[in-house]
Design a protein around this ligand. Structure first.
Ligand SMILES: Nc1ncnc2c1ncn2[C@@H]1O[C@H](COP(=O)(O)OP(=O)(O)OP(=O)(O)O)[C@@H](O)[C@H]1O
Ligand SMILES: [Mg+2]
Length: 605
C-alpha cells in the first residue's frame, strides 16, 4: 500500500487522497453532476414556454395556460433542484474533506514521530509547520470545493453540447463552431505541456520571491545594524525582477489569444445569427422558428460561464499539487528502523567502532570517517577540535538522531540500533547549545526531563543546576510561564534550565555539546558546579571550545576533519606536542590576552 502511494503524482495522487473517504466523495460527485444537469432545466422550460406562447398567437385565448404554468414550475423546480443538489454535494464533500484532512494530519504527525530526530534538526520546524498548516490544508479545499466543481465543470459542457445539437442541429453546430474556434485560439500558442512547464516555473519564481522577502524581514535587524540596507535588499530585488521578467512576457503572450477566446466565447450568437437568417428565409413555421432563435440567444449566454469554469478549475488543481508534493516528500523520508527483538544495554559504556557517517548519502563527503573511541562510565570523555571537525555530529549520533553509514555505536556492547528508541532515549540525556523551552511554566519545562518527578525533585534539580535563585526572582517563581510578557531568560539561564532537565532525567549517559558556550567566567563557575551533580557516576561525553573546562577530563579526543587524530589525558597530550598542544597554547595565550585586556580597560576607566 505504502510503496504504491509514493509513486502517484499530480492529479492521480490528489484523487487517491480524496478516495480516503470514498462513499462520501462519490456521493458528492454524483450530486454535483446531477446539479449540473438540473441547472439546464430552466432553459428547456423557457424554450417550451416560448413555444407555447408563440404557438398560440395571434389569439392568446388559444394558450394552454395550465401547461404553460406547469412549465413555469418546471423552471422554478430546476433552479431550486440545482441549489439543493449542489448544497448536498458540498455537505458530502466537506464531510469527506475534513475526514481526509484529519487522517492526513495524523498520518503526517505519526510519520514525523518515527523519522530519525536528525531529520527535524535538518529540515527545521518552520518548514514542517508550513507543510501541516498550509499544504495539507489545501487538500481540504480541493476535496471540499474543487472536486465537486470539477465534475460540474466537465458534466456541464457535455449536457450543453447535447442540448445545443438536440434542439436544432443547425443552430447547435454553428454555436459549437464558435466554441471550437475559441478553444483553438486559446491553446494554439502553448500546448498543454508548455503551459504545465510554465506553471511550474511560475510557482518556483513566486516561492523564491516569498523566501527572499521572509529572509529580508527576518534579517532586518542585522541589516540595519550593519548598515547593509542596499546590498541585502539586492536578493529580494533580484527575485522580484526575475519574477517580473518571467511573468510579463508570459502574460503578454496570452494577450491576443485570451482576448480572442473571451470575445468569441461571449459572442457565440454571432455564429448563430447567420444560421438564423438562412433558416428564417426558408421556413414556413414562424412560431417554432422564433422560439428556437429566442432559445439559442438566451442559452448561448451560459456557454461563456460554463467554459470559463473549466479554465479556473485547472489552475487551482496545479497549486494544490505542489503542496501535496511537499507533503509526499516528507512522507517518503525513511522511518527509523526498529529492531525486531529489542535488546537492553549491558553496561553504560559508550563505544564508537569505526564509525563513518555522511549527512548526504548521495555525496562522497563524510562528516565522520573511521571514528573509534570508548567513553567509560564514571569518566568524562571530552571531544575537542577545530570548528566543522565533526564534534556535534558525534554527539548527535549517540541518541540516534541519525544512523551511522558504516561501523557501529554500542552502549554496553549492544548496538544502539538493536535497542527500542524509547529505551535508548531513557539512557541518554543531552544538553545542546540551542535550548528549546516550551511556553509552559518553568516547573513543567524542567519536568520535561522526567514526567514522574515531583515538585521537590524538580526544585532540587534546579538548585543543583544553579537556577533556583534566578527562578525565584521571576514574577511567579516556578509557576512563571516562559515566553509570556516580561519573562525573558538569557542564553546562560536557558542553558542551566536544560541542565536541570538533564538532572531530573538522571539518565546514565550524558551528552553535552557546548553546554558552557554562554558562560562568562562567573557564570562558568556556576555551571561547573551544576555539572558536578549531573555527571556523578555517569558516562559523560562533553564537547567544549573552552579548553579549561576539559582539562580535568579522563580522556580527551581530538577530532579534526571527521577523524580522531589524538587521544589521551591533558598531560599526555601536552607531552606529545601535537595538535592539542598547539590548541592549548593558543587557548592560554588568548585567555591571558583577554585578561590583560580587561585589566587595561579597568585602569583606563
Ligand atoms: N545538518 C547537516 N547537514 C549537512 N552537513 C552537516 C550538517 N551538520 C553538520 N554538517 C557538516 O558536518 C561536518 C561536521 O560538522 P559538526 O557540526 O559536527 O562540526 P563541529 O565539530 O561540531 O563544529 P563546531 O565546533 O563549529 O560546532 C561539517 O563539515 C559540517 O558542514
Ligand atoms: Mg558543534
Amino acid at each position: 500500500m505504502k510503496s504504491e502511494q509514493k509513486k502517484k503524482t499530480g492529479t492521480a495522487r490528489l484523487l487517491q487522497l480524496a478516495a480516503t473517504k470514498k462513499p462520501l466523495v462519490i456521493g458528492s460527485l454524483i450530486l454535483s453532476a446531477l446539479a449540473s444537469i438540473v441547472s439546464f432545466v430552466p432553459y428547456i422550460a423557457i424554450y417550451l414556454i416560448v413555444g407555447e406562447i408563440l404557438g398560440a398567437l395571434p389569439d392568446m385565448a388559444n394558450l394552454n395556460s395550465t401547461l404553460t404554468i406547469q412549465y413555469g414550475w418546471l423552471a422554478f423546480g430546476g433552479v431550486v433542484g440545482n441549489i439543493l443538489l449542489y448544497w448536498g454535494a458540498l455537505v458530502c464533500s466537506h464531510l469527506a474533506a475534513f475526514g481526509t484532512l484529519y487522517e492526513l494530519k495524523v498520518n503526517f504527525a505519526t510519520h514525523l514521530a518515527k523519522v530519525p530526530l536528525g531529520f527535524h534538526v535538518m529540515v527545521g520546524s518552520g518548514k514542517l509547520r508550513k507543510i501541516t498548516d498550509e499544504n495539507i490544508e489545501k487538500v481540504e479545499g480541493f476535496i471540499a470545493h474543487q472536486l465537486p466543481d470539477l465534475v460540474g465543470a466537465f458534466v456541464a459542457p457535455v449536457v450543453m453540447v447535447i442540448i445545443l445539437v438536440a434542439v436544432d442541429w443547425r443552430f447547435g453546430l454553428a454555436a459549437l463552431l464558435g466554441v471550437l474556434l475559441a478553444f483553438f485560439m486559446q491553446f494554439s500558442i502553448y500546448g498543454n505541456e508548455g503551459s504545465k512547464a510554465m506553471m511550474a516555473k511560475y510557482q518556483k519564481s513566486i516561492e523564491e520571491m516569498n523566501n527572499a522577502s521572509v529572509e529580508y524581514i527576518r534579517g532586518i535587524s542585522v541589516v540595519k545594524a550593519f548598515k547593509q540596507t542596499v546590498y541585502s535588499f539586492r536578493r529580494l530585488h533580484d527575485t522580484i525582477k526575475a519574477y517580473t521578467a518571467m511573468v510579463i512576457p508570459y502574460t503578454l503572450s496570452w494577450e491576443n489569444s485570451f482576448s480572442g477566446f473571451t470575445t468569441l466565447v461571449n459572442n457565440i450568437y454571432l455564429f448563430i445569427l447567420p444560421v438564423a437568417i438562412w433558416v428564417g428565409m426558408k421556413t414556413t413555421d414562424y412560431a417554432s422558428f422564433a422560439s428556437t432563435v429566442i432559445f439559442y440567444l438566451i442559452f448561448v449566454q451560459s456557454i461563456a460561464t460554463i467554459l470559463m469554469r473549466i479554465m479556473y478549475v485547472n489552475g487551482n488543481a496545479m497549486r494544490i499539487i505542489g503542496g501535496v508534493e511537499a507533503m509526499d516528500q516528507v512522507l517518503a523520508e525513511p522511518e527509523l528502523i526498529q529492531p525486531a527483538q529489542p535488546q537492553a544495554a549491558g553496561s553504560h559504556d559508550v563505544s564508537f567502532r569505526e564509525v563513518t557517517f555522511s549527512y548526504d548519502k548521495a555525496k562522497e563527503t563524510e562528516a565522520l570517517s573511521g571514528v573509534s573511541f570508548r567513553a567509560k562510565r564514571g569518566e568524562i570523555t571530552a571531544i575537542v577540535g577545530p570548528s566543522g571537525g565533526g564534534k556535534s555530529t558525534i554527539a548527535h549520533l549517540i541518541p540516534r538522531f541519525f544512523d551511522v553509514t558504516a561501523g557501529e555505536i554500542a552502549i554496553g556492547g549492544v548496538d544502539i540500533r538493536q535497542m527500542d528508541t524509547h529505551y535508548l532515549m531513557d539512557q541518554v540525556s543531552f544538553v545542546f547549545q540551542d535550548v528549546f523551552l516550551f511556553k509552559q511554566s518553568v516547573m513543567d519545562n524542567i519536568r520535561m526531563g522526567n514526567q514522574n518527578a515531583n515538585d521537590e525533585q524538580v526544585i532540587e534539580a534546579a538548585k543543583a543546576a544553579q537556577c533556583h535563585d534566578f527562578i525565584m526572582k521571576l514574577p511567579k517563581g516556578y509557576q512563571t510561564v516562559i515566553g509570556t510578557r516580561g519573562v525573558h531568560l538569557s542564553g546562560g539561564e536557558k542553558q542551566r534550565i536544560a541542565i536541570a532537565r538533564a538532572i531530573v532525567k538522571d539518565a546514565p549517559i550524558v551528552v553535552l555539546d557546548e553546554a558552557t558556550a554562554f558562560a562568562d567566567p562567573e557564570n562558568e563557575h556556576l555551571i561547573q558546579k551544576a555539572f558536578e551533580k549531573l555527571m556523578r557516576n555517569k558516562t559523560v561525553v562533553m564537547i567544549a571550545h573552552r579548553l579549561s573546562t576539559v582539562r580535568g577530563a579522563n580522556n580527551i579526543i581530538v577530532v579534526e576533519g571527521g577523524r580522531v587524530t589524538e587521544q589521551g589525558t591533558h598531560d599526555e597530550l601536552i607531552q606529545k606536542g601535537g595538535k592539542y598542544h598547539t590548541m592549548w597554547q593558543t587557548y592560554t595565550e588568548t585567555a591571558s590576552w583577554s585578561m590583560a585586556n580587561k585589566k587595561e580597560v579597568r585602569t583606563h576607566a
